[in-house]
Design a protein around this ligand. Structure first.
Ligand code: MEV
Length: 416
């Protein structure tokens, strides 16, 4: 079993912080425009993630107080029950060239092998580097979609972008396809004039990545689900809660939000595009025509299984990951994973936060833990002094936290 230790004296581990303020400020400012200030969020870690037999520490960036605690709790619980299992079942990304052309669809399909050859030849200066790393263009497919728009076609392209998220690579290739396609039609002097041109509408990657997916699961004998309820009651209630989220859209959205509490926190920490990941996974959750829970749970014989299949496109090179000093630090904490490994970690973070949320919901309720973690925010909202904070924390050690109760205690007993 590989052990990952977070030892601050590890050479290079904290080098992210060794940048002078000015150097750091340039990097942050260049990420965007019209910068007023930096926007700070806590950079945290959740230890003890046993994933495919190896222990990892997850770096997490989130504003929600209870997320890190939820992940850490799930990690510790499952580390004692075989850990998380994850496998990448595909890494193909997609992009589309959208265009209209006035000729017959049969003719275009007939010429498509020739067009495809030209597109691939002319894009090769852009794909050479990616090919030398084992990636490139995997397939090109012509689609005629007259139900969407008259004369409307797509060239649907599959890409392998290796360890990169690959958005720039994909978009550059697609834009080149657009130029090559126009030149192809323009060179058909013997075709009717209306067939010698096409209108390129858009060339853009798709964040729907159903062929770039991770399967993740935990399982154990039902009797090992020890905790706040009897093991069997917990297993049954948990499975019922997930079943509801698979069939009721209002519950499914919140259930999946709990999954993204974990995924987004890890995506943010590693400089990955969490909006892209969310958009793709929510579309996947609705692939049956009905929006459902991304995770599933069952009791099979005397075994409990909690699993999820989720499309994910993550990168570990290029983009912000290699530039932002804290994203670099996050990658170091994770042991500099490949894109496939990072995809697995994201899926694990999602299943872990989902486990903790649903478990809390069917046992103690969510507010107990939430409000305990939120106490610091309430105290900061009241601008409580260190002394008052200490008194309030001691008082609420064994009591239920609520905004009103904290306010009452501060006013009456803690000298606010
Ligand atoms: C809160 O951030 C997330 C939950 O609402 C998720 C869920 O309901 O499953 C607790």
């Amino acid at each position: 079993m590989r052990q990952m230790r977070l030892d601050p004296s590890t050479p290079g581990l904290l080098s992210a912080f060794e940048l002078g303020d000015e150097g750091l400020q340039h990097i942050i400012a260049d990420l965007s425009e019209n910068q007023l200030s930096n926007f700070h969020l806590p950079f945290c870690v959740a230890p003890n993630f046993l994933v495919n037999g190896n222990i990892s520490v997850f770096p997490l960036v989130t504003e929600e107080s209870s997320v890190v605690a939820a992940l850490a709790k799930a990690a510790g619980f499952w580390a004692q029950r075989g850990g998380f299992h994850a496998e990448v079942t595909g890494m193909e990304k997609k992009g589309q060239l959208h265009f209209t052309w006035k000729g017959s669809p049969e003719k275009l399909h007939r010429f498509f092998p020739e067009i495809q050859k030209i597109l691939l030849e002319e894009v090769s200066p852009l794909t050479r580097n990616m090919e030398s790393r084992g990636g490139g263009i995997l397939k090109l497919e012509l689609k005629h979609l007259p139900d969407i728009l008259d004369h409307y076609y797509q060239i649907d392209a599959g890409f392998s972008t290796c360890n990169a998220m690959g958005a720039n690579f994909i978009n550059s290739c697609l834009e080149q396809f657009g130029k090559s396609l126009r030149l192809f039609f323009a060179s058909r002097m013997d075709w009717p004039p209306e067939e010698q041109d096409c209108s390129i509408l858009m060339a853009i990657l798709s964040n729907y990545t159903p062929d770039s997916k991770v399967r993740v699961w935990v399982d154990c004998p039902v009797e090992d689900l020890t905790g706040d309820l009897s093991a069997h009651e917990l297993a049954e209630k948990f499975v019922m809660a997930v079943h509801i989220a698979r069939h009721d859209v209002s519950r499914a959205v919140t259930h999946n939000k709990g999954i993204f509490n974990g995924i987004d926190a890890l995506a943010l920490a590693t400089g990955n595009d969490f909006r892209a990941i969310e958009a793709g996974a929510h579309a996947f959750a609705a692939r049956s025509g009905k929006y459902r829970s991304l995770s599933d749970a069952k009791i099979s014989g005397d075994h409990f299984v909690f699993s999820m299949e989720i499309p994910l496109a993550a990168g570990v090179v290029g983009g912000v990951t290699g530039i932002h000093p804290l994203a670099k630090l996050a990658m170091q904490i994770l042991g500099n994973p490949t894109a496939a490994e990072l995809m697995q970690y994201m899926a694990v973070a999602g299943l872990a936060s989902n486990w903790s949320a649903v478990r809390a919901l069917v046992t103690t309720g969510i507010q107990k833990g939430h409000m305990k973690m939120h106490l610091s925010n309430i105290l900061n909202g009241f601008q409580a002094t260190d002394e008052q904070k200490q008194a309030v924390r001691a008082y609420f050690q064994d009591r239920e936290v609520s905004y009103a109760e904290v306010e009452h205690y501060l006013k009456n007993y803690a000298g606010h």
